[in-house]
Design a protein around this ligand. Structure first.
Ligand code: BG6
Length: 517
């Protein structure tokens, strides 16, 4: 049992070790939603448990449902019990939950926001000091605009403007559904907030392994010299999920794999693995490099024959031994839907470092298992010393950064099989987080909420970044939309995707990796 379960929690002894985070009220819009229950409340609780919340901290749930403070506290307690990575610590929870409040209001009624402002005035008066507001927008995107406008009209957005306690806003995905809508949303945001106050979430950036990409690349000297077109043959990024669309059919059918996963999560992985070294670790220097990388991506070839994109949705099949329905049989999905649950794309980066190196991205639901990885595959050595395939089983050197699960990095090399004859076999050098560091790492949302409270935007998407990324994918979305079902492939649930996606790689004598260490 961990010490916090037996000892009096250090937070209760006033031993906060937060990193300069000012007193904060987090206001969650969409407080009765799934994300709040599964991720946000447990993340805040775990930050508290690690003493990383400021000593003056409040959580206010804002939502349309009329809920009393006490009932909201009970809801959040259940969320912690169900979803927290560490068990509920009763004494600490009692302390934290005193600061958990609920505010009922319609998103489009400015009075509700003014009334919230009055509650915050009371909090400040009781504390005898000013407090920063961090708004967390975790609602369906249809209400983003009224919320932003009312935060402005009620004066909440401008509270303590120009000081270190200026309001901040975290905005959940989806950030737009194409380039135009993303630009529109940025415009509304900019009317109320400065870019430094805005934190656009991509939760992949909060994952420990994703943050480690920069550290592994730029704190080691052995990778950088070979991290370019001279040595790298291709890069493959896979974000596979075992789950289907579940109960989210209504959202998902309007979205699809390209919007839901590729445009954001996979592109973040690509940016970090392929960008140039930043001048410093400051948020702007890192994000400048990410944007530069995105700008260098060539427009994709959309031709159905020989083009760079494949889309598909799953049919019935077996996943982990269980029979599961096809996409169009799922709850809330129209029988004639042509939304993709799988997308594979071949990209080229038109810059000095990556000229001519194909980048293969794929993401799908109902794949054989949940795995996200980045594989950097190196070129074959020159010469033909080991060309006798009967004796020499050789694989391309590949560095695999496994984002989840079983987080780690693996290097594939070829080695002699011990014995009197010379025979070879590919072998693996492994680093596993769980064996080296133990397995109780913070969840992505913990890091992201902590950073936003402290005003650090490094792990968030900048406005120009999201627009540049949408600029790459909007032509594909438009093309698919105009083509209806034309070109939509299918794949059996429990398979690694449609056969058609193999063609993207065969054309350059590559093959999809079987993901895993
Ligand atoms: C979300 C998508 O952004 O990421 C979901 O909307 C997906 O469809 C999820 O399941 C995957 O996240 P993770 O952290 O489980 O890989």
């Amino acid at each position: 049992m961990q010490s916090h379960d037996t000892d009096r929690h250090p937070f209760l002894q006033g031993l906060s070790r937060h990193r300069g985070v000012p007193p904060t009220v987090i206001v969650i819009f969409g407080a009765s939603g799934d994300l709040t229950a599964r991720k946000l409340v447990p993340a805040i609780y775990n930050l508290g448990l690690d003493n990383l919340l400021p000593s003056d901290f409040y959580l206010i749930g804002f939502g349309r449902k009329a809920i009393q403070d006490e009932a909201f506290r009970e809801m959040t307690q259940t969320d912690v019990q169900k979803y927290s990575r560490r068990p509920l610590h009763p004494e600490f929870w009692e302390h934290l939950s005193e600061k958990v409040l609920y505010h009922t209001g319609d998103y489009d009624q400015v009075e509700a926001y003014k009334a919230l402002g009055e509650r915050i005035d009371v909090i400040e008066k009781n504390l005898g000091r000013d407090i920063q507001l961090l708004f967390y927008i975790s609602t369906p995107p249809t209400v983003f605009k009224p919320i932003l406008e009312n935060l402005g009209a009620s004066g909440l957005a401008a509270r303590h403007a120009g000081t270190a306690l200026a309001s901040k806003i975290i905005i959940e995905k989806p950030f737009g559904r194409d380039l135009d809508s993303a630009k529109g949303l940025n415009q509304v945001l900019r009317q109320q907030f400065q870019e430094s106050q805005v934190f656009r979430i991509d939760h992949y950036l909060g994952k420990e392994t994703v943050q480690d990409l920069l550290v592994q690349r730029f704190s080691n000297s052995i990778f950088e010299p070979i991290w370019n077109f001279r040595y790298v043959d291709c890069i493959q990024i896979t974000v596979a999920e075992e789950l289907g669309v579940g109960t989210r059919g209504g959202y998902y059918d309007q979205s699809g794999a390209l919007r839901d996963m590729i445009q954001n999560h996979t592109m973040q992985l690509l940016s970090l693995v392929a960008m140039e070294p930043p001048v410093s670790l400051s948020p702007e220097d890192i994000r400048d490099e990410k944007v530069k990388l995105l700008k260098a991506i060539q427009p994709v070839d959309l031709r159905p024959e020989g083009g760079d994109v494949i889309r598909a949705h799953y049919t019935e099949g077996l996943v982990s031994g269980e029979r599961v329905p096809g996409y169009t049989q799922e709850q809330g999905i129209p029988a004639d839907s042509f939304t993709e649950t799988y997308a594979a794309i071949r990209l080229f980066i038109n810059n000095w470092r990556w000229q001519g190196v194909p980048i293969y991205l794929r993401s799908g639901k109902r794949m054989p298992r949940r795995v996200s990885e980045i594989a950097v595959q190196f070129k074959q050595p020159p010469g033909a010393l080991f060309s006798d395939t009967a004796r020499f089983d050789l694989a391309p050197n590949t560095m695999v950064m496994q984002i989840q699960p079983d987080e780690g990095t693996t290097l594939l090399i070829n080695s002699k099989i011990p014995g009197l004859e010379t025979r070879t076999q590919p072998v693996k050098m492994h680093f596993r987080y769980s064996t080296t560091f133990g397995s109780n790492t913070p969840e992505a949302y913990e890091r992201l909420i902590l950073d936003a409270m402290g005003g650090d935007g490094t792990l968030f998407i900048r406005g120009d970044e999201t627009e540049t990324s949408w600029g790459i994918f909007t032509p594909i979305l438009d093309f698919w939309q105009s083509g209806g079902r034309r070109g939509l492939e299918t794949y059996a649930s429990g398979s690694w995707g449609p056969v058609a996606a193999d063609r993207l790689l065969w054309e350059r004598k590559h093959e999809w990796r079987r993901p895993g260490p």
